[in-house]
Design a binder for this molecule. Structure first.
Ligand code: PLP
Length: 406
């Protein structure tokens, strides 16, 4: 697979109002019209190139949207105030009361809670399914199903979705495939592989500096315009629009995404291999023991590697907590949720980002107590990081648990 996305991003060259090398930031919530008729036409969605109100769109949001559309190779993209703002808008836009969603059972805890609990208000039901079994996904589809939802690489178990196969299935049933590609920007070209709508939490790798929350929906012009419709667009009416100042800063950070993804992946692969060789239970899509390794290899853009996330099972929650605290003291990173930062971030998902998932369901999907999710940083000397991690484990008497059984 080629690295077209990074080239397309590089070719987006803007000029600011006074010839600046970055586009000017739109510092207004509302916009003037020279004629009342143009204002009316804009409300009706009939005037191209006119801005109405920044909850609808703004020049800064459109620039960032253009960059995200180039990243995913979609017609266009909308930006939101958070990843959840993007996810909830898409689900509410595609589903009416009484509809049904087929979703992967291993997804980010917030998305899981939204689908399992929140949309009950609208009698929308979700079947949570093993996304790695195309048969199980097909069996879950019924006449009320409005979409298949999954993450390209799932949070936190790092299951790899076969996007091509899921897309064929979705097409066969005439429903869209919605893919959250937060864990694999540039690595997995989700839209190219057949996803109809691609979502990102920009909070993570795409922004990369852990200084804001933001989200994106990449898709067709018709769908993205629908989300902005003043009469029934979920994005416009639920109001989760991104602020222009943030859109401008995320666009600047995106310029280094290709270099950062390469380094995150390189460092994560190094640690995954080392800890697996030491006998630890490691899950990382880049190692042969991962059940989705072949699918990942077939659908990835090799320039950006297997991603920056890995999980390490250290046997118990006590071990996990002690190790994370020790690693933080040793300056290896932060005991914090989220991912995609320049420093390594680690958390025990069962008691944090996936705590919305009931305990028995966590165990059923393989989310064990001792699991630590690590978002590997841009460490300059990863061998040194490995040695310090090893020392932390030895000091705490944390020993390998044996190979992972999936
Ligand atoms: N999607 C994935 C895969 C995530 O990991 C997260 C947050 O951790 C989200 C979506 C939600 O994004 P945000 O926190 O920007 O709302």
């Amino acid at each position: 697979m080629s690295n077209n996305s990074a080239n397309q991003l590089q070719d987006l060259q803007y000029f600011g109002e006074f010839g600046g090398v970055n586009p000017s930031i739109s510092d207004s919530s509302t916009y003037t019209f020279l004629s009342a008729k143009t204002m009316f036409d804009t409300f009706e969605g009939n005037t191209e190139g006119c801005y109405l109100y920044s909850r609808h769109s703004s020049p800064s949001n459109l620039y960032l949207g253009e960059a995200l559309a180039a990243l995913e190779g979609t017609e266009t993209a909308n930006v939101y105030a958070s990843g959840m703002g993007a996810i909830s808008s898409v689900i509410m836009q595609l589903c009416d009361a009484g509809d049904h969603v087929v979703s992967s059972r291993t997804i980010y805890g917030g998305t899981y809670a939204f689908l399992k609990n929140f949309v009950k208000k609208f009698a929308i039901e979700t079947s949570f399914t093993d996304i790695t079994s195309i048969e199980a996904v097909e069996m879950s589809i019924n006449s009320r199903t409005k979409m298949i939802y999954c993450e390209s690489i799932s949070n936190p178990l790092l299951e790899v979705a076969d996007i091509k196969a899921l897309s064929e299935l979705a097409k066969k049933h005439g429903i869209p495939l919605v893919v959250d590609n937060t864990f694999a920007p540039l690595s997995i070209p989700a839209a190219y592989l057949g996803a109809d709508i691609v979502i990102h939490s920009l909070t993570k790798f795409i922004n990369g500096t852990s200084d804001c929350v933001a989200g994106a929906v990449c898709g067709t012009t018709a769908f993205c315009l629908g989300l902005k419709d003043v009469n029934n667009g979920a994005g416009m009416l639920l109001g989760s629009t991104l602020d222009s100042l943030r859109a401008a800063s995320i666009l600047k950070n995106m310029r280094t995404l290709h270099i950062r993804m390469q380094k995150h992946s390189q460092n994560a692969l190094f640690l995954a291999q080392k800890f697996e060789n030491d006998g630890f239970r490691v899950v990382y899509p880049g190692i042969d023991s991962h059940p989705g390794h072949t699918i990942m290899k077939n659908q990835m853009n090799t320039n950006y590697g297997f991603g920056g996330l890995l999980t390490l099972d250290v046997g118990s929650l006590e071990n996990a907590n002690a190790l994370m605290e020790r690693m933080q003291t040793q300056k290896l990173g932060y005991l914090a949720v989220s991912l995609g930062f320049y420093k390594t971030l680690f958390s025990a998902p069962g008691t944090s980002t996936s705590s919305e998932i009931p305990l028995e369901e966590q165990l059923e999907m393989g989310l064990s107590n001792g699991l630590i999710r690590l978002s590997i940083g841009l460490d300059n000397d990863i061998e040194r990081t490995y040695q310090t991690m090893q020392e932390c484990m030895m000091q705490l008497n944390i020993r390998p648990q044996g190979p992972v059984t999936v």
